[in-house]
Design a protein around this ligand. Structure first.
Ligand code: FRU
Length: 498
């Protein structure tokens, strides 16, 4: 693959050539190496002919492309989304001589039906052998897919969540051995149904600050369900529910629909299996939208789609939003390079950074607002722009200091400008919690930006396609309260693909 094209992200994963969608099979092996598989069409830059592509990384930013891991068996077959686990105790019987056997659980798609199949790997997930007794869960439906399997410690069994997309149901199955599966319950018709439920995930996360009062849990389970089409902003997005899980049933705390993102390019996210204890759980999502993914201008560079940066997660009880899943850029320091600008006491003023000499074309920035008075109305705005000094194209965003309301605009770019689904503007209200301070940070990487409020209390992922590379960043604070201040830092990011 040629990773030098002007739209090619440099700290995000994108496939060498061809088309990529959902992340699949993500696990951490026993040497600490991260494995990412993905829905992959190696022969065209549009969806179809689904394989499992594969890449590995030590830090989740520097990726090494590996040979395709799972191939369809013949014409008309697709290896659809799924997950992978390490069968340390050889519950499956596939691994009499090793404790690092990997089992992939995926959907075999044919014109007649979708069934759940497994394949096993003796070599740490580089090559797989399809199980001769497949399918492990049969069906006569064309709408039954995306198995995500975890090990449930308390019941000492494997647990699968899998979508019945057009019934708006997530099936919960259990198994002692990854081969025989028992249907335990269905989680159905929660939140935004859209047209389909896809790519469910279930993960247990710590509640930071929880566990102290008698009625506050120290962990909660999260049920994530991707919906497409039918997202509030159109096309695809991911929603989640918080609740408890006893090994057979997920019970939601409330019927509140929470979204993982307030822009349009965050779909089908998956959590890594086997994240070491003591580390935050980590997910990666597909940074695109089915409404326009097959026509984005990166096709001219021979590839389509990139993943999000890795996201670390925990649950916090937020003043304004209640219990929420936090989603922050995980381990970003491993690719942070040179400080390009810093100002620890910017009042009303401007920071401008010419980054034309940054090889990656990728930046990380942070702005911390502090000293907000609690006895007078808050005033002012903090806005940022990334632009091409050659063409004048830009993306911009900002916040109202009074509320922490945030907006983002990708409309001043040429690529997809006439596509009716390529909404230009996104916003989210009301983050400020009265604490006197808040923070915004972001990663901009050639054709994708991810913005985070207060370390991931809110996040937005947005692709954009300028005709000329961006090379100028401007951050401007205006109308700020007298004693408040803003500290700003801007860093270049390493070109991990060059
Ligand atoms: C979600 C999805 C999955 C399916 C896969 C096929 O984006 O539609 O439901 O398994 O993509 O590539």
């Amino acid at each position: 693959g040629n990773y030098a094209g002007p739209l090619r992200p440099q700290v995000h994963f994108s496939p060498p050539v061809g088309f990529m969608n959902d992340p699949n099979g993500m696990f951490v092996d026993q040497d600490g190496l991260y494995h990412l598989y993905y829905q992959y069409n190696p022969t065209d830059t549009v969806a179809g002919n689904q394989h499992w592509g594969h890449a590995t990384s030590h830090d989740l930013y520097n990726w090494t492309n590996q040979p395709i891991a799972i191939f369809p068996g013949g014409p008309g077959e697709g290896i659809f989304s799924g997950s992978a686990v390490i069968d340390v105790n050889n519950t499956s019987g596939f691994f009499p001589n090793q404790t690092n056997g990997v089992v992939a659980i995926y959907t075999l798609n044919t014109p007649e039906r979708q069934t759940q199949e497994i394949a096993y790997s003796y070599d740490n997930g580089y090559s797989f052998i399809k199980y001769s007794g497949n399918p492990v869960i049969g069906s006569n439906s064309t709408q039954f897919r995306d198995p995500k399997v975890i090990w449930h410690e308390a019941t000492e069994r494997w647990v699968m969540v899998v979508a019945y997309p057009v019934d708006f149901e997530v099936g919960i199955f259990s198994s002692p051995n990854l081969i025989e599966w028992t249907a335990e319950s269905n989680f159905s018709h929660y939140g935004i149904t859209g047209l389909q439920y896809e790519c469910p995930n279930m993960v247990e996360l710590p509640v930071v600050g929880g566990g102290e009062a008698e009625d506050s849990p120290s962990t909660l389970w999260v049920m994530l369900i991707s919906i497409n089409p039918g997202a509030p902003l159109g096309g695809s997005i991911t929603q989640y529910f918080l609740g408890t899980f006893n090994g057979t049933h997920f019970e939601a705390l409330d019927s509140q629909t929470r979204l993982t993102d307030f822009a349009k390019d965050n779909y089908a996210g998956q959590f890594f299996y086997n994240i070491p204890s003591g580390q935050d759980q980590v997910s990666i999502n597909w940074a695109s939208n089915w409404q326009y993914t097959n026509v984005v201008p990166t096709g001219e560079e021979g590839f389509r789609s990139s993943m999000s940066v890795p996201r670390g997660h925990y649950i916090a009880d937020l003043e304004r939003f209640g219990l929420s899943m936090i989603s922050y850029p995980y381990n970003i320091s491993s690719v942070v390079d040179t400080e390009l600008a810093s100002n620890s006491s910017l009042g009303n003023g401007t920071v401008a950074v010419d980054y034309s000499a940054v090889e990656s074309g990728a930046l990380y920035f942070e702005a911390n607002v502090t000293g907000l008075p609690d006895d007078s109305p808050l005033t002012g705005t903090l806005n940022f722009t990334f632009m091409s000094s050659a063409s004048g194209e830009s993306v911009s965003g900002g916040t109202f200091i009074s509320s922490g309301d945030v907006w983002f605009n990708r409309g001043n770019t040429e690529g997809l400008a006439s596509n009716p689904y390529f909404n230009n503007k996104f916003s989210q209200t009301g983050l400020y919690d009265g604490s006197g301070s808040w923070n915004i940070s972001g990663i901009v990487d050639r054709s994708i930006i991810e913005v985070f409020l207060n370390g991931g209390q809110l996040s937005a992922s947005s692709v954009f396609f300028p005709s000329q590379p961006f090379d100028l960043m401007i951050l401007r604070v205006a109308g700020l309260n007298e004693n408040a201040s803003v500290s700003v830092g801007v860093w270049s990011l390493r070109a991990t693909w060059l």
